[in-house]
Design a protein around this ligand. Structure first.
Ligand code: CU
Length: 153
């Protein structure tokens, strides 16, 4: 008349299985899966290059015909100077905006979010060889480019 003990044990087994599956799904979605989406591993010498490469947003850059991003079209070398800083040396806010959506697989999407105020800077670490063309949103005649190359050493 009462259920045999084995059927009870079976019920507990099913519940344990469901809890176990739930726990593995939780583990997968909250620990394993996000980790697999993380940034690729990048050589520490690329993440911490010897020096910064400085690009000046020159004073008077807002006026068409004046120098804007100085130096323009430099060669950047991975592990040497691939951390690039755009310093706004002008009295006008400017942007550093990619001509076309530009993504570094470690650093993500390139470009200042909003304007770079006078005296402030925008920084980006390039972690792989690439060529970039960029401009200033409010002053589209301000254009720049750079090339990132592998170190020869
Ligand atoms: Cu500008």
């Amino acid at each position: 008349m009462s259920a045999p003990a084995s059927s009870h044990a079976y019920g507990i087994g099913v519940i344990a299985l469901i809890i176990g599956m739930g726990a593995s799904i939780l583990f997968y979605t909250s620990f394993y899966y996000p980790e697999s989406l993380e940034k690729p591993s990048v050589d520490i010498h690329i993440l911490e290059p010897v020096e910064n490469f400085m690009i000046s947003i020159a004073e008077g850059a807002a006026t068409e015909g004046n120098p804007s991003y100085v130096p323009n079209n430099p060669k950047i070398t991975l592990t040497i100077d691939n951390r690039v800083l755009w310093m706004n040396d002008d009295v006008t806010p400017h942007t550093v905006t990619a001509d076309h959506r530009h993504i570094d697989s470690y650093s993500g999407e390139f470009g200042s979010t909003g304007v770079v105020m006078p005296g402030e800077s925008y920084e980006f670490i390039f972690t792989e060889p690439q060529e970039l063309h960029y401009h200033c949103d409010p002053h589209p005649w301000m254009t720049g480019s750079l090339i990132v190359e592998k170190s020869r050493f």
